[in-house]
Design a protein around this ligand. Structure first.
Ligand code: PLP
Length: 420
């Protein structure tokens, strides 16, 4: 309601008015009243309160290579503190090109490679570029929660899932093929997988790729754990397989490889026909990835010898053993991961009759003595609503082993205490 009319004596142009204050609830303007928090957040808070070891978060807390830190610091001092081109500094794009051609065997050119704000930024660009109302996206499940989040928050596509079955995380190719419909826009493959650690073989990838090509469906692969594949399994990029390059967008990141989750440096490699749309979407949303951080990653790629990646894998192999052995000793049935740095442990044998949330929150935290909580993520964070609560699919926890060995040894002691 207009209650006063002010004229400051500056002529007709200075007309304004003041309205009586009304009750104003800023929250009522939100598009979503409560964003549902994943169980992981709750676990993290509770472990911090109780004291103990948090193996729930996927943040890698290992050291960042010196050259990567130097590269970023040098760039800042040299004045590289401004916006970069939306698809990244040429130095990093060139280094990524070399890596994509040699390590991934992807037949790409410089004009196919863009730096992004983490691989999450790359997926956001993919969703903005390709999804229209009524589309469907196919995911393998259990799946990485942000894959679901980014797709669902586009509010355009619905998700169809193809189950991966423990302990080896195989899938049924007929089930996959049936999931493809005329509305399917893309299939998102996480290889190596979070949370399962599944490493897709060439045969599996070719079967997926062939089914997609026949139906004009795009393939998107998230390969952020590409350097972490165990027991001699090779990492195969779908885009390197015969006939797949033009059907595939590869996304990746240095968050994990260089332990720089906070720097937000990822990349995408896309066929020329769509590259400029993807680049433009990134430009419109976040302008560019952080410039000094791009130089840090470029220096890492230029200077780190193959030994760095080999040593990293050896270190993860050791960590996998420490954690898997500790979980088995504590009575969990463990799926030894084929790749990435997570272990899935079934709760059915150790805590029959309890849901994975009850195990994660009550048994591993609330009932633990002070200082002896263990953080793990319950299955619900990795599953669609339809299967949460189905004991055959949802009685598992995810533990992360991207931690110093001493922390994992300490966790092993705490896990042993569960049997006491
Ligand atoms: C499979 C997978 N993709 C992407 C990410 C996030 O990567 P970025 O930090 O590059 O956005 C994670 C992080 O946990 C992940 O597990």
């Amino acid at each position: 309601m207009v209650t006063s009319f002010l004229d400051h004596g500056q002529g007709p142009a200075a007309v304004s008015w003041v309205e009586e204050p009304t009750a104003f609830d800023i929250r009522s303007l939100l598009t979503r009243q409560e964003l549902q928090q994943p169980a992981l957040r709750q676990v993290t808070l509770k472990v911090a309160e109780k004291g103990g070891i948090n193996l729930s978060q996927g943040t890698c807390i290992l050291p960042t290579p010196e050259v990567v830190l130097e590269g970023a610091a040098e760039a800042m001092r040299a004045g590289e503190n401004r916006y970069s081109p939306a698809d990244g500094v040429p130095r990093l794009r060139r280094a990524l090109l070399t890596k994509l051609r040699s390590f991934n065997s992807i037949p790409c050119e410089l004009g196919n490679v863009a730096v992004t704000s983490g691989s999450t930024g790359a997926l956001e660009s993919v969703c903005r570029s390709f999804l229209t109302k009524g589309d469907e996206v196919v995911l393998f499940e259990p799946s990485y929660p942000y894959h679901r989040n980014v797709i669902e928050r586009s509010e355009k596509a619905t998700i169809k899932v193809v189950p991966l079955r423990a302990p080896d995380w195989g899938f049924d190719i007929d089930e996959f093929t049936r999931a493809l419909t005329p509305r399917t826009k893309f299939v998102l493959i996480c290889n190596p997988g979070n949370p399962t650690g599944k490493v897709f073989s060439s045969e599996e990838l070719l079967a997926i790729g062939t089914a997609c090509r026949r139906r004009g469906v795009l393939c998107v692969t998230d390969e952020v754990y590409e350097y972490i594949t165990f027991d001699g399994r090779p990492h195969v990029s779908l885009a390197s397989l015969p006939g797949m390059y033009d059907h595939t967008i590869t996304i990746g990141s240095y968050s994990k490889t260089f332990a720089i989750t906070g720097w937000r440096i990822g990349y995408l490699c896309a066929p020329a026909g769509v590259y400029h749309n993807l680049r433009a979407e990134a430009d419109q949303v976040y302008i560019c990835p952080p410039t000094p951080a791009q130089h840090g990653v470029a220096k890492g790629l230029e200077k780190l010898a193959p030994k760095y990646y080999k040593d990293q894998l050896e270190s993860y192999t050791r960590k996998r053993k420490i954690l898997c052995d500790a979980l088995e000793t504590a009575g969990f049935a463990v799926c030894r991961p084929q790749g990435a740095y997570y272990v899935i442990a079934s709760t059915s044998s150790r805590f029959p009759g309890l849901t994975s949330e009850e195990v994660a929150l009550d048994m591993l935290i609330d009932r633990a003595p002070p200082g002896a909580a263990i953080g793990a993520v319950p299955a619900s964070d990795f599953l669609g609503r339809q299967v949460i609560g189905d004991p055959a699919r949802s009685n598992f926890l995810r533990f992360c082993f991207a931690m110093p060995d001493e922390m994992l040894e300490q966790a092993a002691v705490l896990l042993k205490g569960l049997n006491a």
